[in-house]
Design a protein around this ligand. Sequence first.
Ligand SMILES: Nc1ncnc2c1ncn2[C@@H]1O[C@H](COP(=O)(O)OP(=O)(O)OP(=O)(O)O)[C@@H](O)[C@H]1O
Ligand SMILES: [Mg+2]
Length: 227
Amino acid sequence: MSLLSIDNLSKSFTQGENHIQILNNLDFNLEKGKTASIIGKSGSGKSTLLSLLAGLDRPDTGSIKFCGQDICSMNEESITQLRNGKIGIVFQQFHLISHLTALENVCLPLEIQGKQNETEYAKQFMERVGLSHRLDHLPSQLSGGEKQRVAIARSLIIRPELLLADEPSGSLDDKTGDDVMNLIFELVKEENTGLVLVTHNRSLATQCDQTWSLSGGGLVPEDNNAQ
Ligand SMILES: Nc1ncnc2c1ncn2[C@@H]1O[C@H](COP(=O)(O)OP(=O)(O)OP(=O)(O)O)[C@@H](O)[C@H]1O
Ligand SMILES: [Mg+2]
């Protein structure tokens, strides 16, 4: 079954007199529970594409069907609701809420869904990402790897259909980055969550079911077995 189906997606930005076409009639498909990675030069539009997939920005033309629903024709409220229930997002720079503890950050998506008293469940999730001993720490009291583990727990606690990850290991050292990525791969596999991973790291990219390069505004398939 198709989780994501993108047709003819185009997005441009105008700045002053300059009009730049970032995505140009881009097509993409992802089946439920499958993983895809996107590589590409800086400025090629990878984060722009993820923003569109998350419904955080709107395309100029084209359609993005998520579980058969065209999110481009939804109003803001419906998109927000869809995102809160079915889409997890992890960024390079963690984006944790600084005045909330690690556990409170992880509980937040459930509270937004109106689910109170889920602390025990959130604690179990914190244990799953190896952070049982850091529940009451504020983000400023956590290491980079720990912050990203909190962000991963926060994104997956709603059991989303799709995880969007934009350079999740990009600001971590190699070993910590590998640990964080292995955790993401393990969790999405366990939960049969679809994954779109943006990364500069080709060896990480090839661990996904499919690898694409964003170039000239479109996605070009990469051979996962090529050196
Ligand atoms: N809101 C905006 N207004 C104007 N230009 C924008 C806007 N957002 C992105 N751009 C431009 O679109 C291009 C693509 O940006 P994007 O962030 O998607 O690149 P990227 O592939 O994620 O790069 P990186 O690998 O460096 O993260 C860049 O040239 C950027 O300057
Ligand atoms: Mg980017």
